[in-house]
Write a protein that binds this ligand. Structure first.
Ligand code: KIV
Length: 278
């Protein structure tokens, strides 16, 4: 039986005025830990490009990457809603391509919904995926798959034109049938108004506290990714340092001969040894 939260449960949280917490996870263990912490939504994000696969951007992430990691995440949790990212160039080419790849994420990966980036320009894709029975989450503001067009990872929607554009985009996404939208790196004031202007939940990342929910990258909250520390992330634990300390203690115990000790070893009787080796 499927115990996972549905998109209706997620939307109900907004109607009830309850904040939604969402976090990325990329494998069984991170999913298990997120589930234990009680997050409502787990995102199998293409941010895995940087924090798991070691690329500079999300652009090289493939459908196979997302499918494989979605399968791991599914096995680690049972009640969180799982949404997986459609990676770069898996939905931009055509509506048919978008529907077919969204179907693969659900069928082969096992997620309940998919997320894609962009506004008006991807509304045909959103409508078609939703018509195929697959819920879609939108993503506006700083859209990392368009980093080359944006000229870097910059805060968006700071000009009148920018604010007008994102307002139009979010209304179009809602009309196209998106069940929710991620708003990344936009001024708090913009996110506040947009969250009130649409019925669907607005999940912010670097968009201030007035959104209907928040999403963060697992590695950023836990101090696991040292290459970049976004201003909008709060570091709740320095697990990267803890891991490095633990591993360097291991290295020095191995080199001194202190590890493993007798209690950490297995034994057989001396008789067996003497019968074999004399
Ligand atoms: O891939 C990802 O982790 C994301 C979040 C930044 C929202 O899209």
């Amino acid at each position: 039986m499927n115990l996972r939260k549905s998109i209706l449960d997620i939307q109900q949280l907004k109607s009830d005025g309850k904040k939604i917490s969402m976090i990325t996870a990329y494998d069984y263990t991170s999913s298990y830990l997120a589930e234990e912490a009680g997050v409502e939504i787990i995102l199998v994000g293409d941010s895995m490009g940087q924090v798991v696969l070691g690329y500079d951007t999300t652009l090289p992430v493939s459908m196979e990457d997302i499918i494989r990691h979605t399968q791991m995440v599914i096995r680690g949790s049972e009640s969180a809603h799982i949404v997986s990212d459609l990676p770069f160039m898996s939905y931009q080419v055509s509506v048919e391509q978008a529907v077919s790849n969204a179907g693969r994420l659900v069928k082969e990966g096992g997620c309940q919904s998919v997320k894609l980036e962009g506004g008006e320009k991807v509304c045909n894709q959103i409508r078609a995926i939703v018509d195929a029975g697959i819920p879609v989450m939108g993503h506006l503001g700083l859209v990392p798959q368009s980093v080359n067009q944006l000229g870097g990872y910059k805060v968006q929607s700071r000009s009148q034109d920018g604010v007008r554009r994102i307002f139009r985009d979010i209304l179009e996404l809602e009309k196209a049938g998106a069940y929710g939208v991620v708003l990344e790196s936009v001024p708090r004031e913009v996110a506040h108004v947009l969250s009130q202007k649409v019925k669907i939940p607005v999940i912010g990342i670097g968009a201030g506290p007035d959104c209907d929910g928040q999403v963060q990258v697992f590695h950023d909250l836990l101090g696991l990714y040292k290459d970049f520390n976004p201003k909008h992330s709060r570091i709740y634990a320095n697990i990267g340092d803890d891991i490095t300390n633990a591993l360097s203690n291991y290295v020095s115990d191995v080199s001194s001969g202190d590890f493993p000790n007798d209690e950490e070893s297995f034994h057989i009787s001396a008789t067996v040894i003497s019968k074999v080796f004399g």
